[in-house]
Design a protein around this ligand. Structure first.
Ligand code: F6P
Length: 552
């Protein structure tokens, strides 16, 4: 969507952008069929491998010239300097005046990363060590509940980055998880979430982790108070709280106010964004599930990808290539979305995790200087694991009218060898990317003896782009690498668009309005409503539905 407005106009005036516009006009109708036919080595050439992750981007609507121009654009937009600024702890989250240092969370002991004159790495390791010690005590049954019983259930209460990362990582690494413990996650302020997560749980054996960077988030605090009530109802003594609640937060004052001993608090820092925090103390539930050793392996995976992103030339740099391809489709082909399709059931929450990472980061309408953009920014990310998605929405990707670039993710080996199922799974992945790229021509459809009336229905236009990402096995390390790959792809995209990928002002208005509406729903007296006519009527309707439900 091109908007007419007074804008900085900088991005679209860059020589590389203009060259890309011209180049797009030349190649937009080129079909992947001819690109592959003209260059038999394409499928091996347009690939890159780093840290055990193989990226095949040959089934994209690009030529060598496209990649060259996109890289030129990245350089013109200052990506090399931006990468260094991020790793060095410069305050690149300008609107919040903060450094952006999730990369320091996986820096090895001894490395120095300076923020406001202080090396932050020793603090990172001090927290990791405390987490490890605590996790081992919980896992080993030495950390006991108030009644002296070992902890068997861990419930993480958090939302957004304080939930999506922990849930995704727990699901992804379930294979490595302690089998004799139960892990649940409560995020929604809908009481159903809390009720179902605690159903059948014995409070004496349950540990709540209250995860909130700010410790003021309405949903999390509401659920935390419900948890407190649930626990006290069963255990009856305030002192029980210290054995059954720990906090993960940057806000020690609010943690203490809630009644959690700050000795049972695991901290992190304002330079870790919520959606970039799954490898900070926010990952405490992950560490209890998979153990400190596996958690450190996950961090090592992140680190390997960090180093690759920081040092590899752009033409071989996986996050840079993926980020630039996303820009290519978003801004030149007008693609609105990106589908992420992991062919691994353990990654079922990966697309949901990526939605916050990508869309909260790059869903921005002004540049970092506050000027309206005159180009589209962050696309919608979505997805489901294959093969389930194939029987649901792939129809639209294959034959619909929209262009949907896809990321397919698969592994060489399954963690659960059941017959030949893994080969079937991977055959489907490869078949989908092949069908999307090459389709089926009218001639081919006719040659199959298709009745004439069905020919148009059975034609696949093809030329639908995809990346294929392959790795050996889904291990903690691999998960770290995959998440990090997307983190830095998002950063690459945000840098091209010139937005602040680390703030999230867009979520504030709804929060403020909800605060105003809560008393209007709760008051016994009919409230005087001052909203628009739709919102006023909806509030009145809700109040009368509520009244009717109470009577019945
Ligand atoms: O409202 C959005 C948000 O601020 C996210 O960025 C964040 O991950 C989430 O809320 C939860 O915030 P907190 O960890 O402070 O509870």
């Amino acid at each position: 969507m091109k908007k007419k407005s007074k804008t900085s106009g900088r991005l679209r005036e860059r020589p590389a952008w203009e060259a890309l516009e011209e180049h797009y006009r030349k190649i937009r109708d080129l079909h992947l069929r001819s690109l592959f036919a003209e260059d038999p080595g394409r499928g091996e050439r347009l690939t890159s491998e780093a840290a055990g992750i193989y990226l095949d981007y040959s089934k994209n609507r690009v030529t060598d010239e496209t990649v060259r121009l996109l890289i030129r654009l990245a350089v013109e937009c200052g990506l090399p300097e931006a990468i260094e600024a991020m790793f060095q702890g410069k305050k690149i989250n300008v609107t919040e005046g903060r450094a952006v240092l999730h990369t320091a969370l996986r820096a090895p002991r001894g490395e120095r990363v300076i923020v406001d004159g202080q090396d932050v790495v020793p603090g990172v390791h001090a927290v990791l060590d405390r987490m490890a010690e605590f996790s081992e005590r919980v896992r080993g049954g030495q950390w006991r509940g108030y009644g002296g019983r070992p902890i068997r259930n861990v419930i993480n209460i958090g939302i957004g980055g304080s939930d999506l990362g922990p849930v995704m990582a727990y699901e992804a690494l379930r294979h490595y998880s302690s089998g004799d413990m139960t892990f649940r996650f409560v995020s929604n302020v809908d009481g159903t979430d809390f009720a179902e997560a605690t159903r059948g749980m014995d409070p004496e054996e349950t540990l709540f982790i209250i995860s909130s960077k700010t410790f003021t988030t309405l949903e999390t605090m509401t659920n935390a108070f419900s948890a407190r009530g649930w626990m006290l109802k069963a255990l009856r003594h305030e002192e029980a709280i210290a054995r059954h609640f720990v906090a993960v937060s940057t806000n020690a004052r609010e943690v203490a106010k809630f009644g959690i001993d700050t000795a049972n608090m695991f901290g992190f820092w304002d330079w870790v964004g919520g959606r970039y925090s799954m490898d900070s103390a926010i990952g405490l539930s992950t560490m209890i599930a998979i153990g400190p050793e596996n958690f450190r392996l996950m961090l090592a995976g992140f680190r390997e990808m960090d180093e690759h992103f920081r040092t590899a030339p752009f033409e071989k740099n996986l996050p840079v290539l993926m980020g630039l391809l996303a820009v290519w489709y978003n801004n030149f082909f007008g693609a609105q979305t990106v589908a992420v399709l992991p062919y691994d059931q353990y990654l079922k929450r990966f697309p949901a995790y990526l939605q916050q990472l990508t869309m909260e980061s790059n869903g921005k309408h002004v540049t970092i200087e506050g000027l309206p953009v005159d180009y589209d920014t962050g696309p919608v990310y979505w997805g489901e694991p294959g093969t389930n998605g194939q029987h649901s929405f792939y129809q639209l990707i294959h034959q619909g009218t929209r262009l949907i670039p896809c990321d397919f993710i698969g592994f060489g080996r399954t963690l659960n060898p059941v017959g030949d199922q893994h080969d079937l799974l991977m055959a489907n992945l490869f078949a989908q990317t092949e069908a999307l790229a090459f389709g089926r021509t009218e001639g081919e459809v006719r040659a199959e003896g298709t009745p004439e009336g069905l020919v148009p229905h059975r034609v696949f236009e093809g030329n639908r782009p995809s990346n294929t990402i392959l790795a050996g096995r889904l291990t903690p390390e691999t998960l770290g690498k995959l998440v990090c790959l997307y983190e830095h792809s998002v950063f690459t995209q945000g840098t091209i668009w010139g937005v602040d990928s680390f703030d999230q002002w867009g979520v504030e208005l709804g929060k403020a309005l909800a605060k105003r509406i809560i008393p209007e729903l709760e008051s016994v007296e009919e409230p005087r409503l001052g909203h628009d006519s739709s919102t006023n009527a909806l509030i009145r309707r809700y109040r009368s539905l509520k009244k009717a439900a109470t009577r019945n």
